[in-house]
Design a protein around this ligand. Sequence first.
Ligand SMILES: *Cc1c(COP(=O)(O)O)cnc(C)c1O
Length: 434
Amino acid sequence: MRFLSTRGRDEHRGFSEALWRGLAADGGLYVPEVWPRFSVTDFDGAETLPQVAERLLAPFVEGDALAPKLGEIAHEAFDFPAPLRQVRGTADNEILTVLELSSGPTAAFKDFGARFLAACFQRIRKPDAATVNILVATSGDTGGAVAAAFHGRPGMAVTILFPKGLVSPTQQHQLTCWGDNVRAFAVQGTFDDCQRMVKEAFGDVGLQHAQQLSSANSINLGRLLPQAVYYAATSLAWYRQRGRPLSFIIPSGNLGNAVACLWARQMGLPIGRVVLAHNANRTVPDFLSQGEWLPRSSIATIASAMDVGNPSNMERMRDLFPDHGGLRNAVSAISVDDSAIRTRIREDRARFGEIWCPHTAVAAEVWTTMPAELKGAEAWCVVSTASPAKFPEIVEPLIGMRVPIPETLARLFDRPSVFEEIDASLETLKGKLK
Ligand SMILES: *Cc1c(COP(=O)(O)O)cnc(C)c1O
């Protein structure tokens, strides 16, 4: 399989190369040149995430040096589950399920993509090559997931830049508790400054000569493809049991999780409707309703991992559905404001006994406010993107109780936090990278 840029057709890359480069030379995002098609029976005998991953991803690595290693990569990356459970207490004609994607080391869905990418990078890198330094700018979950995925891997290092004072105390701890081959810097600036510094570092010839820099950005194909695996495995399990497709409501920001779901459906998996649940950053809902793409600055909300005003993966969505009418048939998108998120967290604890993280609550609100016919017509699944225990500052005052802490997170809280503060300049960063 070859991968092309969303912006041009002249670059053709194999799987390893597309992962290693991250972004196409013309600034576009890599997409597969053709879509493999599967039927449900192609997955007979495949039940677990690693088993489904091996079959679903085989066509993408075909012809690449990683092809013979796909099995071991899948087992290493998918070593925690993505359970689906039904919510009790809905009306008789309504089916509501939750897909829990927060069982990984940092209790958010980004663990799946980050761990798959790390497992691939380690096998792409030549054993005698210089240490690869993965540079990440983060405003929340990405940095922690990438740090966890690369922590302790020989020949790989991670450098995290986060905006000082602009991430929650819980998030900051998850960025700074690693040590060893992971270093964290609190930048005196905003998330945009952190991102600018990463871009400048990649553009700096001297730095590129001195060491091998790479990125684990969320637009990397190696983070998107593994996310299609949990949609495939979940929809297959549901279909085998109930004989009908499952429809997903996905908390969305940069649209990586949503594109992965659309890709799984494109390949023939039994997925019904796909609804994008956005916070007050309404670029995508406005685009779908009005037809004009108007990216804007992001607005700060309590579902902060979704504060994206110019979602990069829209390029991949439009590549899949170039025509506006086609895109509108394929997905819908709804925006939810902070006060509705708060109400949803409070009420769903009371009516269902569910404790949502602020991002998952956006999807729960979309389900709640859906027209009754639509609610009754499909079997719905709210995608839970993170554990509420990552956001105790927001969730606990709303539900009036402590949020139980999963063991994975408790282990991180026990580690000491270490970071250095730096000003928002490339020169300072360069000094630290030497
Ligand atoms: C990153 C993130 C999202 C948004 O996912 P995208 O793939 O960027 O759309 C939603 N919820 C949580 C908890 C996240 O960390």
